[in-house]
Design a binder for this molecule. Structure first.
Ligand code: FNR
Length: 194
């Protein structure tokens, strides 16, 4: 099997928070310099995604849902950073996963590799939400990366002027991104061979 690490890779970044000064979005915006030149990452905003409603889930999808599903379908991998709300996954993110998960077990999320991160101004770094995000993605047959969890505690202290500036945290995330990119190349090689 030949693994070509020079194949271009497209990542889509999804923040579980839609507020303008979101720490999670700030983390995602800080990652581009950590990527190799063959890898691009686009932030996919969830602001306009309506609440899931089966009545709207037909041939003509709401435009923001259409964009969401197309972006996920075209991506080689997802990078998610989310806060934790009341010990769990924020509704905004769960709602996006629900939309993107249809048709069940055959959606754009199927087999999609995903690096999951959570961040919190508190000390637990959103680990409880992270478990729920993994579980929800597993239900869609996506492939959340199995590796050391990235849970960023005290996130507010690590951000300056809308950018993650804490070097150890950036290095820890870079290792996760490298794992994701590697796994994408392996997945491509396996698909080619099959
Ligand atoms: C929170 N926050 C929070 N934090 C946490 O670590 N565990 C939790 O259970 C909760 N619960 C919670 C519920 C609700 C409704 C809100 C609005 C907030 C705090 C949360 O982590 C903090 O507001 C983050 O800064 C939100 O992420 P962004 O928007 O900065 O990315």
């Amino acid at each position: 099997m030949t693994v070509d690490i020079n194949t271009p890779v497209r990542l889509v970044a999804i923040s579980g928070s839609i507020r303008r000064a979101s720490h999670c979005t700030a983390v995602l915006r800080s990652l581009t310099p950590l990527l190799p030149p063959t890898v691009t990452m686009e932030l996919l905003p969830l602001d306009d995604v309506p609440l899931y409603n089966g009545d709207l889930d037909g041939d003509t999808l709401p435009p923001a849902v259409k964009r969401l599903k197309a972006a996920i379908a075209e991506a080689d991998g997802l990078v998610i950073c989310s806060p934790e709300y009341n010990y769990g996954i924020p509704g905004v993110l769960k709602n996006a996963i629900d939309w993107a998960s249809r048709p069940g077990f055959a959606s754009p999320l199927k087999d999609k590799l995903a690096l999951i991160m959570t961040a919190s101004p508190g000390t637990a770094g959103g680990v409880r939400a992270q478990a729920q995000i993994r579980d929800a993605l597993s239900a869609t047959l996506a492939r959340p990366l199995v590796r050391q969890h990235i849970a960023i505690a005290n996130v507010a202290n690590r951000i300056q002027d809308g950018k993650l500036v804490d070097e150890p945290t950036l290095n820890f995330i870079k290792a996760g991104l490298d794992d994701l990119i590697n796994e994408i190349h392996w997945q491509a090689a396996r698909t080619k061979q099959a």
